[in-house]
Structures are given as structure tokens and as C-alpha cells.
Design a protein around this ligand. Sequence first.
Ligand SMILES: [Fe+2]
Ligand SMILES: [Fe+2]
Length: 239
Amino acid sequence: MLAPLHRWIWRDAGRRVQKLIRFGETETDGGRDILRAAEVTADPLLRRLYLVHAIDELRHGVLFRQRAASLLPALPQTTKPRFRADWIAPGGHGLDDLQVDKESDAQMLAFLHLSEKAAASRFTVYRNVLTDDPPTCAVFDEILHDETFHMNYTLVQLARIAPQHQRSRLWRARLSRMWKVYLRLAAGLAGVIGGALLTIQYFVILPPFAWLARRAARREPAGWTPIVPERRGSLTRQY
Ligand SMILES: [Fe+2]
Ligand SMILES: [Fe+2]
């Protein structure tokens, strides 16, 4: 349903490069967090899977950055900063919402499963709207293949680690993600409303003050003016 909006977001070449760079950063950050999860887990199988997963995410970061670098030379010299629309078209896995050291294996897997699922569905949309740019499309295709594997292995491992609490863990992770999505949207909306209010203030409230200040400046006598005799004494204290 939002495909036309995403098509508009990705159509701009400058924004496309900025988004790819940003995706590269978040994939690399996600990879570091999963590497940390591999260090803290006591489960040997999970450790191996987390290591493979972390290597995948770090590679995704490199792929996004390389694609952004190859698009850069084609950009005009005077590219202006663009509206990034990160809260409409986010990238990455949202792992920055998670404190890896404090989560249990089951909670980590539930969160990872939902994050990978969301990333896979977002990257599918981005790939579909980027048909005019086959190399970027191919990058999303390659990454999508890994994200589908991440989405599936996390669910299988969650079923192994917490067979009785699989549903409740997923719901807990889902509610936590929904809260974070709400906060992200609210922050984006607050930014837009704040910008609009400040613009209105600038054009409606400031002009009368500017006019009063200019009128007061015109009434001020020009040059040096003598002060009253009572204030002529030397200073004897600081205040
Ligand atoms: Fe990834
Ligand atoms: Fe992933």
C-alpha cells in the first residue's frame, strides 16, 4: 500500500545514497550487537549461529556502503541535505533498542526473529520499488536471502530453547517493538510540528518585536552621551 511513498523516497539520487550509507551503519551496528550476544550466551549452538549471523550483518554493512560509494560519483556536486524519512522507511534491525547483556537467550531470539522478519519485509518493498536501479536491487536481493535465513533460524532456536514460552516471548518482543515504533513515529511527528510552529512564530511573532527594536534604535541619540554626575565616581567594589 505504501509502495508509491517508498518509490518517492528512493527516487531522489542523493537520498538514495544517504539511505544506503545509513543502512550500512545500522547493519554493522547490528552485527556488533549479535557478536556480543555470541560472547554472552552459554549455549554452544547459539554461539555458532550468532557468529554466522554477525558475519552476515557485517557483510551487509559493507555491501550497502560499497553500493553507496559507487553511486556517489554520479551525484551533482551541490547535493543538499535531504529529508531522510527514516521514521517512514527505516533500515536495519532495530537492535539498538535492545540491551544484549541483559536479555535471556529466549528473549534475544524472539526479538531477533521479529527484527529480521521486519527487515525482510522492508527490504522486499525497497527491492520492488528499485527496479530502475538493478545493481541496488541486486544488493537488496542478496541481503534479503540472508535475512530470510536469520528470520527462520531464530524461530527454530526459540522453539528449542523455550518450547513452553515461545508465544509469550514473541508477544513481549512484539509489544516492545510496537512501543519503539510509536516513539519513533511520535518523535518524527513532533519534529514536523515543532518545525511548523517555529516557522509560524518566526513570521508572526518576531516581526512586531523587530519593528519595536528599530523604532527604539531610531530614538537613541547617535554617538557618545554624557552620564549623570551621580554615576561619575570611581568604582570601589565589584558589584
Ligand atoms: Fe542484515
Ligand atoms: Fe539479518
